[in-house]
Design a protein around this ligand. Structure first.
Ligand SMILES: [Fe+2]
Length: 312
């Protein structure tokens, strides 16, 4: 049976899978679910609680200029035009909750991967669609689940950094796991010397090692990308260790030494993090969210209008 999503799969990918950044060809940019019309239609019916519209700074500007807003009463096509003229990105998170055709596609993607990579079994798969402005950037950060980035329209440059100190400081990874702060990672431009850099074109996807720090710069063209995330048993165990190590460091002043995913140390940490998840600490830690304080302007596409700030 030929693949619906993956194209020109290289058997050499199996050895690299999860161990190094991997560029793979795909067909999603030809899929009618990602045509401009389909995306406009999806934007128009996307529930506000499931998307994030973020106004970003110019290239090289400080991250202080991040604001979150809503699309307002624009049509889907107008939203795309506004993003094409502005400096922002729209992340339609969790798209399978909103339209199950994308959920079916997500299953196809991971079925094809598991048919090719022995032992690759995933659960809790997710898909987001990212529409972003010419020149927009995503700051240096890392993600907790397994990640892949699929290019649909436009062109972007992605920098992937090593998963070791100082690029991936354990204390910061732990804070992200504990408190859900995603974008405040220490970054030094000299790190770029050790980054692997890809220019991603429609029909190419990139996947990289777990927690691999990365940042993205769009070229001067409207970009549409898909992000997929996944959990495996190992990723879940790794996450439990990260959370437990964070509790030890933040609440008990202990510097954790081990990241073992098995044995008595692992099971003690599994119990520790399970207790924390049920505790009021967790609820307090997770409450902070950025307020929504603008909407898109219909009169001047690409600009924003202040609205009274509120939180979802
Ligand atoms: Fe990311």
């Amino acid at each position: 049976m030929s693949d619906a999503v993956l194209r020109n799969w290289n058997p050499g990918n199996v050895a690299k899978w999860g161990n190094e950044p991997l560029l793979i060809e795909h067909t999603l940019h030809e899929n009618p679910l990602f045509s401009r019309e389909a995306l406009a239609d999806l934007i128009e019916r996307y529930p506000v609680e499931h998307y994030a519209l973020v106004h970003t700074g110019k290239r090289g500007e400080s991250k202080k200029t991040w604001r979150e807003g809503e699309v307002g009463d624009l049509s889907g096509q107008e939203v795309i035009d506004a993003i094409g003229n502005g400096r922002m990105w729209l992340n339609m998170r969790n798209v399978k909750m909103v339209d199950d055709r994308y959920g079916a596609l997500l299953n196809t993607i991971f079925d094809e991967f598991s048919a090719k990579v022995p032992g690759f079994e995933t659960f809790n798969r997710g898909m987001g669609i990212l529409v972003s402005s010419p020149g927009a950037q995503v700051y240096y950060h890392c993600d907790l689940p397994g990640q892949s980035l699929w290019q649909i329209m436009g062109r972007k440059r992605i920098y992937i950094y090593p998963t070791e100190e100082p690029y991936l400081p354990q204390d910061e990874l732990e804070k992200i796991a504990l408190y859900g702060v995603e974008v405040d990672m220490r970054y030094d431009p000299v790190y770029d010397r050790d980054a692997i850099v890809f220019d991603l074109e429609p029909g190419q996807m990139l996947t990289w090692p777990l927690n691999g720090p990365h940042r993205v710069e769009n070229y001067d063209v409207l970009n549409v990308s898909v992000t997929t995330e996944h959990w495996t048993d190992d990723i879940r165990r790794s996450q439990m260790v990260t959370v437990a190590n964070g509790i030890l460091r933040q609440h008990f002043g202990v510097t954790p030494k081990s990241r073992s995913l098995d044995g008595p140390g692992f099971w003690a940490k599994a119990a520790l993090q399970a207790g924390w998840r049920r505790s009021p600490w967790m609820k307090r830690a997770r409450r902070n969210r950025r307020p929504i304080d603008f909407r898109l302007s219909r009169e001047n596409p690409g600009t924003i209008v202040d609205i009274p700030a509120y939180t979802r």
